[in-house]
Design a binder for this molecule. Structure first.
Ligand code: MG
Length: 492
């Protein structure tokens, strides 16, 4: 381990004079202390005081300014990438809202805990009481907890975020297109509540409020916790850039690149304000900040959808465009600045990673995620998972990734039938598209265009065996296999 790294770990990045000049006594003592601390990492692992998770909705893998995507302006997210780690191959467990959030908040594949797809209003299921959420894990370590934004793990009072570890909640119980102004099915949904805790404070609120208000509420709450000297877990789950898109007056037209880019710019500004507030309180080095999206872009919305770049398809499919998302993680002094991580990981890993960062115990019930700190710090370059599994809908196991390889099992999927939509009106999907057994080498073919299953039968057999073991544990509706380890969802 180099001296710069040692110094960075204990906040001593700049020792006067540098290594080539005789060291001043104080610097020598400090370096010796740093060295002894790093020689015994198991007895003194780095500890985070605060945790911030910012989740966006339907933001595509390519929708970061630092990737050079035309029109996308995200200076604060780019700053996170510059000052922390950026993942190239980071995934959600299902390419759809509720299942994806269930995985993020519990560390489990959604089928393990009985959450599939996107829950609608008056859902018959929700997050079970027996599951340990990220908020409960943090609260157990004495952190104040709050959610601003979208919950989407059951709208019955029994499933409220306040019953799952969040001490404060302001936001939406489910997606904000589930309302009477839906462009295709206005009669399918009732009025959409905006909640403060379990109290409705508005019905069918203007979506142009959401990004600004949730950012401001999150900032104000965090400022209060910092001023009070309380450690905290902030979960800022923006309902956008999911449709219907809207930006506040300050941001509408800001980028000149369309409403989608304006919305992302407003989300980005909120992240920037959080980072500045951490600095004002000298709390950046105590705070693990993670940014990601719940699934890929909703491509049928055309100019109101994001971009997965070179990746195939988008939200609602287990192709890379549906399940691979941006992921940025900053923890100054622990995660090297500008680190790029290629080893595959998934949102199921967030909970065990936070547990390790806080020194918190893992949930008592089995989970699927793994600690990512070795990857984040650079101690490892290997994925902690032998394989990652992608399911969709009613928990159909559609694909598996191991190393550079991704194997799709025969399944149907949706793809655009004609031109994408415009102005918030979606284009039409063909829901009858199908893919057979197909193997892709994601290193040479990240766009999943060239099936090489015939050339690599041994790889196909290996990935199939991994999938068989996963099916035996958690089930698979494609093959009809019933899992042995699934847990029941909550019921109101
Ligand atoms: Mg989503």
């Amino acid at each position: 381990m180099g001296r710069a790294r040692l110094g960075a770990l204990v906040g001593l990045a700049r020792i006067p004079g540098g290594p080539s000049r005789p060291m001043r006594p104080l610097a020598a003592i400090l370096l010796a202390l740093a060295t002894s601390a790093c020689l015994a990492p198991r007895s003194s692992p780095p500890r985070a005081r605060n945790v911030i998770v910012v989740l966006t909705d339907d933001q595509g893998w390519a929708d970061l300014g630092c990737l050079g995507t035309p029109g996308i302006v995200t200076p604060s997210l780019d700053r996170l990438a510059r000052e922390g780690a950026r993942w190239t191959d980071f995934y959600v467990a299902q390419p759809v809202c509720s299942a994806s959030r269930a995985a993020l908040l519990t560390g489990c594949y959604p089928q393990r805990i009985g959450i599939a797809g996107a829950l609608g209003p008056r859902s018959a299921v929700g997050l079970a009481d027996g599951e340990t959420t990220l908020a409960e894990l943090c609260a157990g370590r004495g952190l104040a907890t709050a959610l601003f934004g979208k919950w989407h793990l059951g709208d019955a009072p029994a499933f409220s975020p306040l019953r799952h570890g969040f001490q404060r909640f302001q936001g939406l119980p489910y997606s904000h297109d589930m309302w009477p102004h839906h462009p295709e099915s206005p009669d399918a949904w009732g009025d959409l509540p905006l909640l403060d805790g379990e109290r409705v404070v508005a019905w069918n609120a203007d979506p142009a409020r959401y990004t600004r208000e949730f950012s401001q509420q999150a900032l104000a709450w965090m400022r209060g916790e910092l001023a009070a000297g309380r450690p905290f877990f902030l979960y800022l789950a923006h309902p956008l850039p999911h449709v219907p898109l809207a930006a506040s007056a300050d941001f509408r037209g800001r980028t000149g690149a369309g409403l989608y880019a304006d919305v992302l710019a407003e989300i980005d500004a909120g992240v920037g304000a959080l980072l500045e507030e951490l600095e004002r309180h000298d709390a950046a080095r105590d705070t693990l900040v993670l940014f990601t999206s719940d699934n890929g872009p909703w491509l049928s919305y055309g100019d109101h959808a994001g971009s997965a770049g070179i990746l195939r398809e988008g939200k609602g499919t287990t192709f890379e465009g549906g399940v691979r998302v941006p992921c940025l993680v900053r923890w100054p002094g622990v995660i090297p600045a500008g680190r790029m991580i290629r080893a595959p990981a998934m949102t199921i890993d967030v909970l065990p990673t936070v547990a390790r960062a806080l020194g918190a115990p893992l949930p008592e019930l089995p989970i699927d995620g793994r600690d990512l700190l070795p990857l984040l710090t650079g101690a490892s370059e290997e994925s902690p998972h032998p394989a990652l599994f992608f399911s969709y809908g009613d928990s159909a196991l559609e694909a598996v990734r191991a190393g550079r390889w991704k194997l799709h099992f025969p399944h149907g999927y949706r793809t655009l039938r004609g031109p994408p939509g415009r102005g918030g009106i979606p284009g039409a999907y063909d829901h009858g598209a199908r893919i057979g057994l197909a193997l892709f080498d994601l290193e040479s073919d990240p766009g999943e265009q060239h099936d090489v299953a015939a050339q690599h039968p041994a790889i196909v057999a290996q990935l199939t065996a991994l999938a068989d073991a996963h099916r035996a544990e958690l089930g698979d509706t494609l093959t009809g296999i019933v899992g042995r380890a699934n847990r029941e969802p909550g019921r109101p």
